[in-house]
Write a protein that binds this ligand. Structure first.
Ligand SMILES: CCCCC/C=C\C/C=C\C/C=C\CCC(=O)SCCNC(=O)CCNC(=O)[C@H](O)C(C)(C)COP(=O)(O)OP(=O)(O)OC[C@H]1O[C@@H](n2cnc3c(N)ncnc32)[C@H](O)[C@@H]1OP(=O)(O)O
Ligand code: FAD
Length: 551
């Protein structure tokens, strides 16, 4: 996050000075925005940067314990510089949060600079290879030039000058990382399902009849139900990530031309896609662990590490709930645009035909299901706006009405995102397989149908509300879904092999390419320190005295 912020928030002159040093690893930096007391509410951050025109410096200060920077990766022992997001004060006026480049350790001795308090925040669920740290300032001075001045400046005499055309230009790095995280979610879910599917092909358990041999657990329908959605979702996230990256790049290019019109839609998309992709990836990685029984609970399976690593992404770079509410803001505005007969941006254009007051006729084809997801999202949005307006009419303020409606707002945003993801998944597969062999086309179409059927069956309640789907339609869809799992089974191992993930990347005794699961589990067990000697000394110090009643 350090380098992207240097690129996104510095003037060309500042980039010319800082970027080469950062890329050369002469300086190592992190992005310190979150504080002990605030992570989501950026406007509530307490660290201050007060400009002193006498010395042409900013005085960095941590006025309270809760103002200490907390969480930044590498902050504890690794970095010697930080990008610090602080409330900017000049001429007695607060201009809100702005980014500053702050040296916190000596470049030679690595000792913390006077006025800087820095340390490690302690053990975490995962991410323990990163030294996430805390940082406090005691009236610590930095040169005026260390304010990142692309979007706003403080002149030598302390005059504040706003440069950016969009009020949230300083939030740009977060959008960039959210876009990256969709790809990371896809990559890590692909690892987990490679491990779980390969292991499920090796593992034999239970024989349906007394004479027969034990079945591969991958042959069980319930195991296929657990795992094939994981494969389908890994592809869905990867294709949405590529699509989102292009949307991000196009928006950035437009902003460079001075056109910020597409930024709100990008913010709404990156928010809900980051939220859903990281939440789906974390819960499906846990599902892969469930599918591997006891051995999935071993660190040597690689699955606990993947889960601990990925579940953090639901929180950092914008908490799941918060980001969905950002998307909901955008959707409510889109609803108002439909009412006013105004044009809509591409990803919400389906809303212009949606508010007919009638249930969408059910169509179980892939395109029909995608239209149903859109009808579901539109229906939830319409119902949410109705709740908002009912509360406003009762005399509540907009903020109060909004807060009381946030559960529905989040539901509408999640439904919208599912519709966008499903649409992208199918259209990207069709675009990319135009020249593919019939077999490749067949397998990839089977996977996106798994995704569509799975989520339609997960949302039958909503589909009954907003489409004409009947009980028998649901019955038929369930049978079709279960039949599709059986069609995929023969190719399942080949499909995860196609992720082309090397053993060194998987780090898994269960998922290695050679399938020697039991030999690898035993080999990993031998590495346990408890196997260093036949009798551990705790027998003599604790067990034996206890057995003799002497403790
Ligand atoms: C899967 C394995 C992954 C492994 C990958 C490995 C490494 C990954 C690399 C890095 C990650 C590591 C660490 C993570 C680092 C961090 O966590 S950094 C800290 C991240 N913190 C956040 O994300 C904080 C979240 N909070 C916010 O973004 C904002 O507070 C808010 C919730 C958006 C609210 O902001 P606020 O200023 O109050 O604005 P408000 O809600 O009032 O909205 C005002 C208008 O501004 C628009 N807007 C808000 N944000 C943006 C944005 N980013 N871009 C564009 N526009 C934005 C908003 O839509 C409003 O517009 P209106 O037109 O008024 O509706
Ligand atoms: C592994 C990891 C690495 C990180 N790395 C960095 C880093 O490098 N740099 C950095 O600056 N930060 C980093 N962070 C911090 C991260 O960005 C924050 O944890 C995240 O933004 C969430 O903020 P918070 O922790 O204050 O949670 P809070 O915002 O306090 O959330 C707590 C709960 O309150 C809810 N909530 C909060 N506000 C609202 C609201 N308005 N409406 C409804 N519900 C609400 C949330 O949904 C959540 O359920 C990292 C975090 C982790 C876990």
């Amino acid at each position: 996050m350090f380098v992207p912020t240097l690129m996104g928030q510095c003037t060309p002159e500042q980039q010319a000075y800082w970027l080469p040093r950062a890329l050369d690893m002469q300086i190592i930096g992190t992005y310190a925005q979150t504080e002990l007391g605030h992570g989501t509410f950026i406007r509530g951050l307490e660290t201050t940067a007060t400009y002193d025109p006498e010395t042409e410096t900013f005085v960095m200060n941590s006025p309270t314990l809760t103002s200490y920077k907390w969480w930044a990766g590498g902050l504890a022992k690794t970095v010697n510089y930080c990008i610090v997001v602080a409330q900017l004060y000049t001429k007695g006026v607060c201009h809100g949060t702005h980014p500053f480049i702050v040296q916190i350790r000596d470049e030679e001795t690595h000792m913390p600079r006077p006025g800087v308090k820095v340390g490690d925040i302690g053990p975490k669920l995962g991410f323990n290879t990163a030294d996430n740290g805390y940082l406090g300032f005691d009236n610590y001075r930095i040169p005026r030039d260390n304010m990142m001045m692309k979007n706003a400046q403080v002149l030598k005499d302390g005059t504040y000058v706003k440069v950016a055309r969009h009020g949230k230009a300083t939030y740009g790095t977060m959008v960039f990382v959210r876009v990256l995280l969709v790809n990371e979610a896809a990559f890590n879910l692909a690892k987990a399902c490679t491990i779980a599917v390969r292991y499920s092909a090796i593992r034999r358990q239970c024989s349906p009849d007394s004479e027969g041999s034990e079945l591969q657990v991958l042959d069980y329908s319930t195991q296929q139900h657990k795992l094939f959605i994981c494969i389908a979702t890994a592809h869905a996230l990867q294709l949405n990530s590529t699509w989102l990256w292009k949307t991000f790049s196009d928006t950035l290019a437009a902003i460079k031309q001075g056109n910020v019109d597409t930024l709100p839609e990008l913010h709404a998309l990156s928010s809900c896609l980051k939220a859903l992709s990281t939440a789906d990836a974390a819960s499906l990685i846990e599902q892969c662990r469930h599918a591997c029984g006891g051995h999935g609970y071993m660190m040597s399976s690689g699955l606990p590490y993947l889960y601990a690593f990925v579940t953090a992404t639901r929180t950092y770079e914008g908490d799941y709930t918060i980001l969905l509410l950002q998307t909901a803001r955008f959707l409510v505005k889109a609803y108002e645009q439909v009412e006013a007969g105004k044009p809509l941006t591409p990803t919400v254009s389906y809303l212009s035909q949606a508010f007919t007051g009638k249930k969408l006729p059910w169509d179980s084809s892939p395109d029909g299901i995608i239209r149903a997801f859109q009808a579901l999202a539109a229906g939830k949005l319409s119902s949410t706006v109705k709740s908002l307006r009912k509360r406003l009419e009762s005399g509540l303020s907009y903020e109060q009405a909004w807060e009381l409606s946030t559960i529905q707002l989040n539901g509408a945003a999640e439904a919208h995102c599912r519709a966008v993801m499903s649409q992208n998944y199918k259209s990207e597969i069709e675009r990319l397989t135009v020249n593919s062999s019939p077999n490749v086309k067949l397998v990839l179409q089977q996977l996106y149908k798994v995704y569509l059927y799975y989520w339609a069956l997960e949302r039958t309640g909503d589909l009954l509300l907003y489409t004409s789907i009947s009980e028998s339609d649901i019955f038929e869809l369930q049978l079709r879904y279960e039949g599709l799992l059986k069609e995929i089974r023969p190719n399942a191992v080949g499909i995860v092999d196609a992720f082309d993930l090397r053993d060194e990347v998987l780090h898994s005794a269960l998922g290695s390419y050679d399938g020697n699961v039991y030999e690898r589990l035993m080999a990993e067990a031998q590495k346990s320190p408890l196997n260093a000697e036949p009798v551990n000394q705790t027998f003599h110090t604790y067990l034996k005295p206890m057995m003799k009643g002497k403790l």
